[in-house]
Design a protein around this ligand. Sequence first.
Ligand code: NAP
Length: 338
Amino acid sequence: MSVNVAVVGATGAVGDLIRKVLQERNFPIKSIKFLASEKSAGKSVEFAGKQYTVERIRPEAFADTQIVLSSTPSSVSKQYSPIAAKAGAIVVDNSSAWRMDPDCPLVVPEVNAEQLHHIKKGIVANPNCVAIPLCVALKPLHDLATVKRIVISTYQSSSGKGATGLTDFNAQVSAWAAGKPVPAPTAHRAQLAGNVITLDWTLDPNGFTEEENKVINETRKILGDATIGVCPTCVRVPVKVAHSESITVEFARPLSVADAKAALAKAPGVVFMDETKGEFPQPIHAEGSDHTFVGRVRQDPSNPNALCLWVVADNLRKGAASNAVQCAEELVKRGIVK
Ligand SMILES: NC(=O)c1ccc[n+]([C@@H]2O[C@H](COP(=O)([O-])OP(=O)(O)OC[C@H]3O[C@@H](n4cnc5c(N)ncnc54)[C@H](OP(=O)(O)O)[C@@H]3O)[C@@H](O)[C@H]2O)c1
C-alpha cells in the first residue's frame, strides 16, 4: 500500500530530515506535498530527484492526505493538526502540543508501537528527543527488572533548538575558534561556544525547566507507569547534533551488569558499545544514525538495585524525524492508515 503524505514544517531542521528519512527508508509514497509558513511558500525543495514547491499551510491543503508528518511550533500544531485529522489524515506530530493528551498515543515504535491502535483524535505524538532514547535504552531493562526511579543529566546539542540554534552555534563556534568576539546568542539563552547552559529552556513553577518536566512526564507515559520516579537535569552543550544522557536507574530488584549488557546487545534500535572493548558512545557516532547508542553500563556502588549507563542518539533523527517516520511505517504495516 502506498499513501498520500504531507510534510508540515518542511523547511525546518526536523522537516528537512523527514524528507531525507522518507527517501532513505523507501517509505511507500503515492503523493507528497511540503507545507510551511507563508515565509517559505514558493521555496523549492528536492524529493526523490524532483523539485517540489513549498506550499503555505492552510486547511484545504490536507484534502486526500492520509499521513501528515508535522514539525512546527506547538501553537501551529494545536491549530492545524485537528484540521488535518478532521480531513481524514493521521497526524504524527513532533511538537509537544499533544504528548500528554490522554487521547493521543505517545509512541516510540521499539517500546510501545501497540499504542498506535488507540488513536482517538487522529493524532499520534512523537515524544521529546531526550525521552525517546531514554526509553529505547531502558525498555529491555524495564522488562527484566522493572524501573522504579531514574536520575538523568543530559548533554543536549545546539540543533535541539532547530535551525536557529544551528545558526547560533555555527556563528559562535567559528568566531570563538578564531579568537574573535563571539556574536550574542539569538536562539540559545547564553553563549554556547566554550560554555554549557543549564537554563536553555523556560523555567516552570516547580523549579524544573519545561524540558525537564517533559522528560519526567513523557518517560512515565511511554513506559506506561505513572509511578516511576524521574529526576532530570537538562543541559545544553556545544555539540552540533546528538544528545547524550548520563542515567542512573533503580530497579525493583538487583539486575547484574552482565544481564543488562546481554539484554541491551539484542534490544531493537540499540547499538551496544562495550567499554571492555574500548568502545563508548559519542555524539559523532550517533549523528546521522537512527539508532540509540548505549554504553558505560556499571553497577551503582551506592545502591544494589541500580545501574549507571550512558546513552547517545541523534536528536533530529531518532529524537524526532526518524521516530516519526517509523511511526508512519507502523501505521501502514499495521493497516491503521486506510
Ligand atoms: N530540533 C530538535 O531536536 C527537535 C526534536 C524533537 C522535537 N522537536 C520539535 O519539532 C518541531 C520543529 O522543530 P525544528 O527544530 O525543526 O524547528 P525549526 O527548525 O524552527 O522549524 C520549524 C518549522 O515550522 C514551520 N513553521 C513555523 N511557523 C509556522 C506557521 N505559522 N505555519 C506553518 N509552518 C510554520 C517553519 O516554516 P518556515 O520556515 O516557513 O518558518 C519550519 O518549517 C518543534 O515543535 C520542536 O519542539 C525538535
